[in-house]
Each structure stands twice: as structure tokens, then as C-alpha cells.
Design a binder for this molecule. Sequence first.
Ligand SMILES: [Zn+2]
Length: 77
Amino acid sequence: MEIFETIRDFNNEFSSKLYICPSCRKMTPNPYKCINCGMQATNLLFANETYTYKILETNTVQQIFKPIELEKGELNG
Ligand SMILES: [Zn+2]
């Protein structure tokens, strides 16, 4: 799980605000539910294809689709 001090830190890291749905592989601006196929990030079937992070400031844990910044990182090695 990734840890961020504040929500601002998270937004700086993933500034595009676009996420990849593991079901249809399309981009969605909604990190929790795909706008294309309706898949939800909390679906356990995709637990290993989603991204989980914690915000220390608010002490919240979120499970979302993978930000596209992470997909780009994987492509670039
Ligand atoms: Zn989808």
C-alpha cells in the first residue's frame, strides 16, 4: 500500500486524474467506477489490478483503479 502524507501529495503524484479500468482497459476519470463498463474498483476480482493507498492526514484508505501514471511507468520499464 502506498502512503501519502496529504491528499495534495496524492494529487501531485497523479495529476492527470485518469485511471485504467482492469476490465475493459479503457481510461476513466472516475477512480472508483468505470464510466465505460461500470466495473467497480472494490470488486475483489480485480484486487491485484487496483491501487490501494492511505492518506495519513485524514487516516483514510482507498482502493481505486490504477492511475495512468503507473501504467506509463511500467511501459517505460
Ligand atoms: Zn471498464
